[in-house]
Design a protein around this ligand. Structure first.
Ligand SMILES: [Zn+2]
Length: 177
């Protein structure tokens, strides 16, 4: 059995068309009127272009905060492509792209802070001597916020002990070493 299906003219791949709107200019239809075969999504994009305020005479950019017809069609294609990619990832049991990017970002941040830890440990004398945060800042040439974070990481790992006070009154002591 041979079945002919109309494909959407605006979809980059073969998608079944649900309607074939015809452009009629003037009072009557004629043979040369242009026709498009469109899928459900692209039919919606075309119909939205007929809503006053959605039209854009030069067909470019945005007017009244509404996308142009070409823009709406492109957006719809982009959305479809992203949906396909996301579904393929899910089907393959791979994590979402956003999750992967977040993991890469976290790994980079961890590497960055881990690089600074030996630098701070190096300027701290062995157990018995206590340094203030400004001392560590000066000795390491780091900003106060960076110093604060590195010291917090070291304390969390049990490599540095905290003594008394808050802020500038607090003292830090290297454990062991
Ligand atoms: Zn389409």
């Amino acid at each position: 059995m041979k079945v002919n299906t109309l494909a959407c003219d605006w979809c980059p791949n073969v998608v079944a068309a649900v309607a074939s709107p015809t452009l009629v200019v003037g009072p009557s239809r004629n043979e040369t009127d242009k026709t498009l075969d469109l899928c459900q999504g692209h039919l919606g994009a075309l119909l939205r272009a007929f809503v006053p305020g959605s039209r854009n005479l030069d067909g470019q950019g945005r007017k009244n905060g509404r996308p142009s017809l070409a823009h709406a069609a492109t957006q719809y294609n982009t959305k479809k492509r992203r949906d396909r990619e996301r579904h393929a990832r899910q089907a393959a049991g791979r994590p979402a792209r956003r999750t992967v990017m977040a993991q890469i970002g976290q790994a980079r941040a961890d590497a960055y802070w881990a690089d600074l830890e030996p630098k701070v440990l190096q300027v701290m004398p062995n157990g018995g001597t206590k340094l203030s945060r400004p001392d560590v800042e000066k000795l390491c040439g780091l900003t106060s916020s960076t110093t604060k974070r590195v010291l917090a990481r070291l304390a969390h790992q049990g490599l540095v002990k905290l003594h008394g006070g808050q802020g500038r009154f607090r003292r830090y002591e290297r454990v062991g070493g």
